[in-house]
Structures are given as structure tokens and as C-alpha cells.
Design a protein around this ligand. Structure first.
Ligand code: SF4
Length: 347
């Protein structure tokens, strides 16, 4: 993994001012994404994944408001840039986004080829004939059969999988540094999902881009990503490599997500009890405490600190803090005992 940080989100807080009250959507999110990695952001619907992505693209709109935090992209704080600067230099150029419903995201009155060609003319200084040639190359790259024919068609004439390929071609046309893929396969048939994910993975490595993949499906992350962040109710509760998260999860919510992955038909799926909280009145302390099997009095009062489990692996949970403290006390007691014996022996 490259060690250069491409995107760093620091203490990001976002609220939505609705008629029901203030929705505290992001509660101080911290995240680093390194250049060249495939980072997955996972959690249930409404946990703040898409709000995080919208904030990166400065697309949090009224009634939403970014209250606090920094979003450093190539070390520049995007939150300090004007909308004009973001539009001209960042959005659609340095950072692009693949949406969940490609047919809705593509312009219905412009044919597929022209949509890609227009992006190339606007962002890559190509003339029309260069852009048309490159459009066909890009459609071939995303494995579209008969690319000339598909280029002449309109988005409504495409299947979901084909439309997502056109969208991927368009989003890669500007050679972005960061590609945000927001549930890119959720609306597709299961058989097509794997194809699109594998295509995305191949293209990203070929184009040397970095990906922030947003999904509610931990199995998609396990197949595709190098690192993963787990979000719950506006908080980042655990971050680690895919191996650390799948094989050594520390947060009870992460453990619940893993048990809910359908892996073996003989095993019963275990649901996380309860439901996602209303973020107008989020639970005090750890927002997961009403659903957690290990809740202690402190969990209801204080927000747990983010603690390091091992290199690249962090979690925010009092249960982990307690087990770590217990372990270090035991180690200390062991060392003390060993030391005392040593002194006795040498005396
Ligand atoms: Fe459960 Fe407490 Fe950990 Fe929250 S902090 S996940 S309530 S043990």
C-alpha cells in the first residue's frame, strides 16, 4: 500500500436542519485514504456513508450543513475552497463519482457517446474527433460489445449493467485521482454485480486511481477492498485492513455485520437486534449502546475514544479499552513477578 495520504477527513460534523429537528448525521468522522488503495466504507443505510461522500464533493446542500471539520485532498482543505474552485478544479475532474442508479445519473437526452465525449472535451482539452476516438476506446475498455452502436444509443436503451459500464467509462475519462463509487452494484442483478466489481478493480489498477467504495455489503468489501472503515449512526467505529476487520473484528457492531454475511447455508444468519437510531435524538455516549450485548454504564454516558488495536487497525469501544487495560495489567503483574524472582535469585 502506498503511504501517501490522498484524502484525510478530520473531525467532520454534518447536521441536517429538518422540520422534525436537527439530524446529527456525522458525529466527528476521521478517515485517511492512501494513494492507490481501494478503501471500503461500510454500514447500514443512514449511517452517514453517502453524507461523507457528498461532503468530499461539497455537495451537502440545504437543509444540510457542514458544521466542523477538515477535508484535506492532496493536503488542501476542500472546505475552504469556493464552490467555483471546486467545480472548476475538483468535482468531475480530480474526484469523480459513480452513482447507484446509472440510468438516472446519465443525461437522458444525450446519447451515450456524446456524454463521454463532452466530458473529454471539457476536461482533457480534446477536439471533437479526438474525443470521439477516445470515447470508443473507453467503451472497449469497459468491455462493451459493439461500442460504436452503444455510443449512438441513449441511456434508456441500456440494461443496468451496460449503463453502469458507460458511467464507469465516463468517470474514468478524466483520469481522476479519486473515484467515489456509491453502492455501484446494488441496483444490478447478482450475476452482473461480480462482473462490474471485477471490471472496476481491474480498471482502477490500470489507471492507478484511488477508490472510495461505499456499500452496505461487507462481502463486497471483502472481495474488493484493501482497507475498510465501519460506520454506525454517524460515527466511524472501526478501521482496518480487510483481513483485520474480517478475521479480528473488535467492535461489537462490526462483529454483528460479519455474522450477518450469508456465507454458509448450514449456518443461521444472525441479525443485529434493534434498529438504526433516529439521529434527531441519537443515543447518548456510544450510539450503538441500545443494540449492543456488552453495554456498560459508561457506554451510555461517554463517547468511546478511538484506540489503536495494531498497525492500521483502530476501534472506538469501551469493551476493547477494558480488555486492553486488563491485558496490560496482567502483563505488568507478570513482569513484576518475573523481576522480583530475578532479584531473589541473584541475591
Ligand atoms: Fe458496546 Fe459499549 Fe462498545 Fe458501544 S462502547 S459498542 S455499547 S461495549
Amino acid at each position: 500500500m502506498a503511504e501517501e495520504i490522498l484524502l484525510e477527513i478530520k473531525d467532520l460534523r454534518v447536521n441536517f436542519y429538518t422540520y422534525r429537528g436537527v439530524v446529527k448525521a456525522l458525529n466527528g468522522v476521521n478517515l485517511k485514504i492512501y494513494e492507490g488503495e481501494f478503501f471500503g466504507l461500510v454500514g447500514e443505510t443512514g449511517c452517514g456513508k453517502s453524507v461523507t461522500a457528498s461532503a468530499v464533493l461539497n455537495l451537502v446542500q440545504n437543509p444540510g450543513k457542514i458544521e466542523e471539520g477538515e477535508i484535506l485532498f492532496k493536503q488542501k482543505n476542500l472546505l475552504k475552497m469556493s464552490e467555483k474552485e471546486i467545480r472548476e478544479k475538483i468535482r468531475g475532474k480530480e474526484i469523480t463519482m459513480i452513482m447507484q442508479y446509472p440510468i438516472a445519473a446519465l443525461n437522458p437526452v444525450i446519447n451515450n457517446g456524446d456524454q463521454i465525449a463532452e466530458a473529454l472535451i471539457a476536461n482533457k482539452n480534446m477536439n471533437e474527433s479526438e474525443a470521439r476516438k477516445r470515447t470508443i476506446e473507453l467503451l472497449k475498455e469497459v468491455n462493451i460489445p459493439q461500442p460504436e452502436k452503444i455510443a449512438r444509443q441513449f441511456p434508456h436503451q441500456l440494461s443496468g449493467g451496460m449503463a453502469q459500464r458507460v458511467m464507469i467509462a465516463m468517470m474514468l475519462s478524466t483520469e481522476p485521482s479519486l473515484l467515489i463509487a456509491d453502492e455501484p452494484t446494488t441496483a444490478l442483478d447478482v450475476s452482473i454485480q461480480a462482473q462490474v466489481l471485477s471490471l472496476l478493480k481491474d480498471l482502477i489498477s490500470k489507471h492507478r486511481a484511488t477508490v472510495l467504495l461505499i456499500t452496505h455489503d461487507l462481502s463486497v468489501v471483502a472481495e474488493t477492498c484493501s482497507r475498510v472503515g465501519v460506520m454506525y449512526a454517524g460515527d466511524m467505529v472501526e478501521i482496518g485492513t480487510v483481513d483485520q476487520i474480517i478475521n479480528n473484528p473488535q467492535h461489537p457492531y462490526t462483529k454483528g455485520l460479519i455474522k450477518a454475511i450469508p456465507s454458509d447455508r448450514s449456518k443461521e444468519l444472525v441479525e443485529i437486534r434493534g434498529s438504526v437510531p433516529d439521529l434527531v435524538n441519537p443515543p447518548s455516549g456510544c450510539r450503538f449502546h441500545p443494540r449492543c450485548d456488552y453495554t456498560k454504564p459508561i457506554c451510555k454516558k461517554e463517547k468511546p475514544q478511538v484506540l489503536q488495536v495494531e498497525k492500521e487497525h483502530v476501534t472506538a469501544c469501551f469493551l476493547y479499552e477494558e480488555s486492553r487495560n486488563k491485558k496490560s495489567k496482567e502483563e505488568y503483574a507478570g513482569e513484576y513477578k518475573g523481576g522480583a524472582n530475578g532479584r531473589t535469585d541473584s541475591a
